[in-house]
Every structure is written in C-alpha cells, then in structure tokens.
Design a protein around this ligand. Structure first.
Ligand SMILES: Cc1ncc(COP(=O)(O)O)c(C=O)c1O
Length: 352
C-alpha cells in the first residue's frame, strides 16, 4: 500500500547537535522495482523492511550496490544536495559491473528527492551541525539458486539524520592503522560502491580499532606499498612542498568529496595538485598534513598512522588540525551549506 504523505513543516524534537552516525528511522522511503526489462514508477512506503526471496542474489552473491549522499539545510531554508549527478553516475557504473540494470538518472533523482521531501521534518535545521544522510541502494531480488544475475531488482532510497562519522564533533583529528588484510584486488571491484567490498573490511576496521585507530588504512594489495584509501574515505596529503596529493589507484572508490576538494585546492587556494601512486613508507617523511575525506567523513585530518609496528605522527603537527586542511574543510562545508558562492554549480536544491 502506498504511504500517505502529510507534509509536516515542523521539525522533529531531536537533539540535533549530538547526533552520531546511526540509523534513525524516518517516516518514508522510496522504492521502485525492475522486472521484465523495465522499471516501474516507484512510490513512497512507510515500511523500513524489505521482504525478499530466500534465494535472492543480493543475499548470497552480493549482487547489490549503494550510494551515500547528504542533504543540508541552508540559512535561507533551501535543502541542498551536493553533486548528486555524480552519485547517480557512480551507481550506474557499479550496476554495470555487477550485471544489474542501470537506474535512469530521472528515477534516481526522483527517488532521492521524494525521500528527502517526504521526510522534511527529519532534515536537520541550518546551524545544527547535522545533516540528512541519503542511502540509495540497488539490490538483486527474486528466486534464484545458481551463480547468475537476478531477474528482478529493487531500487530503494532511505534517509536518516546524522551527526559526525567519527565520534568527535566538527573538524577533529583521527588516526589510521595500516591493515594487514586487503580490501580490493587491482582489477577487482574496489572502484565500485558495492557491498562486497565492505564485508571484507569489517575485520580490518575491528583490528584497526583494537590498535586505538579510528579506521583502517589500506595499501595496494599487489605490493603492500602504495596508499589506497581508508575503510570509508579517500586520502589527501599536503606535502612539505605544498602540493596536495591524492593516491591514484584503480582499486579505490572515486570519492566525490575528494574530486571536489582537489578542484577547490586548485581554484580557490591556487595549490598545485597531483593524483599519483604514493609510497607510504618512502614518502611519509615528506607529509606535512593528511586527511581522510568522504560524504560521511567530510574532511577529517589524520594525526598519526600505525604501520610497521608503531605509530608515526604526520608532519610536525601531531594532533593539531593543519592550516591547509582547515581551509579546505571550511571551503567544502561552506559551499555544501550554501554559505559560500557555488562557483562550480555543484549544488542542487530539492523542491520542498
Ligand atoms: C571506501 C570509500 N571510499 C571513499 C568514500 C568517499 O566517497 P564520497 O566522497 O563520494 O562519499 C566512501 C564513501 O563515503 C567509501 O565508502
């Protein structure tokens, strides 16, 4: 049964400033189904549970992918998405890689916008420090047993108000521990946002946290030498020469946040940037600042990294937020919240 949407303009009485990064049930989610070669229109539903066949390929063979985006409330009340067309594009790259039907951009946008609009009262208000996390997903459903693609698919979008991904609020320094287990093979699925990459990473995160780190840092799985990425974020480095570096690897997720920050560094800070293989051990002494970046992580400066049995402080800052990362963070969130000029046309306002 379709959900009845009553637009509430009041906000929920949540302690917005102290939200963590946890699932919070909201009122509505969008769902559309693919069968016999086409997508249906889709609709909103109030049920957060999906009933799928026990043989569904998403459950057995991880034939599924997802996206992560955020909506922010601007000072003038607009609800802003950041470069959503890149999430749509990336979801379709993953869909093709896993032999799933693409989600047309029109359906993707409609699903995201309807889910955001229907949950208006859950969108954190301007100035609260929180945002609305948006999780589009595409799963292979329907009866199946052998290893073959599903014949039916569900595209779903749910939303949840969230605070900072790493425990501390605002721009706080994190630590990473180099993982002994690999995330993705050089020609595997590392560059696609598919669930299969993340199940294998749960152990890496647990081991990193046992060492006192916030998150695992993966090196390339061929040689264990070059920086790939963190468990849920790409890596940025400011060299002592003032160049903004980021790893080039076909095993990492092409982060929308990282791609945007590289452009901001060039355009707004006139910084030279380079995307290339970065040898962790050989180049570590040349690092001045480092950060993890992503939709959830935003930009989180890295104070120290564990590798070869000990902690290594990044640059000479230790646990202090470096000046370049601070500027990049301010630029990024300033644009995302509509406080700074959107010179690149990155914002998409949801009609409420
Ligand atoms: C493995 C991984 N790398 C990087 C990122 C960052 O990507 P984006 O900036 O597009 O959110 C994510 C998601 O947040 C991720 O899961």
């Amino acid at each position: 049964m379709d959900a009845q949407v009553n637009m509430h303009t009041d906000k929920k009485a949540l302690d917005w400033a102290n939200l963590g990064f946890q699932y919070q049930r909201t009122d509505f989610r969008f769902t559309a189904n693919w069968e016999n070669g086409s997508w249906n229109e889709g609709r909103l539903t109030d049920s957060e549970c999906i009933v799928v066949h026990e043989g569904a390929p998403a459950l057995h063979y991880a034939q599924q992918c997802f996206e992560g985006m955020k909506a922010q409330t601007a000072a003038d009340g607009r609800v802003l998405l950041f470069r959503p067309e890149l999430n749509s594009e990336r979801m379709n790259l993953a869909a093709s890689r896993l032999l799933m039907p693409e989600v047309p951009q029109e359906l993707f946008f409609r699903g995201v916008e309807e889910a955001v609009r229907a949950n208006y009262s859950w969108i954190p208000p301007y100035g609260s420090g929180a945002s609305l996390y948006i999780r589009p997903m595409l799963i292979g459903v329907g009866e199946n047993l052998g290893l073959k693609p599903a014949q039916q698919f569900e595209f779903r979008v749910f939303v949840s108000p969230v605070g900072p991904y790493y425990k501390q609020a605002g721009l706080s320094v994190i630590s990473l521990a180099v993982s002994e287990v690999d995330r993705a093979a050089p020609n595997g699925t590392g560059s696609f946002k598919v669930g299969a990459n993340y199940a294998g990473g749960l152990l890496a995160t647990k081991l990193a946290q046992e060492l006192g780190a916030n998150e695992a840092l993966y090196l390339d799985s061929a040689e264990g030498r070059y920086i790939d990425e963190a468990g849920s974020a790409n890596i940025l480095i400011v060299s002592k020469e003032g160049v903004l570096l980021t790893p080039k690897s076909n095993a990492i997720l092409p982060s929308i946040t990282r791609r945007s920050i590289m452009i901001l560094a060039e355009d707004e800070l006139q910084m030279p940037t380079e995307e290339r293989a970065i040898d962790l051990r050989a180049e570590f002494p040349t690092f001045q600042e480092a950060a993890a970046c992503g939709t959830a992580a935003v930009l989180s400066p890295i104070g120290k990294i564990w590798f070869d049995g000990q902690w290594h402080d990044v640059g000479d800052a230790g646990s202090v937020v470096g000046p370049v990362m601070q500027k990049l963070y301010d630029l990024l969130i300033g644009i995302q919240k509509g406080e700074l000029q959107d010179n690149h046309g990155w914002l998409h306002a949801v009609s409420i």
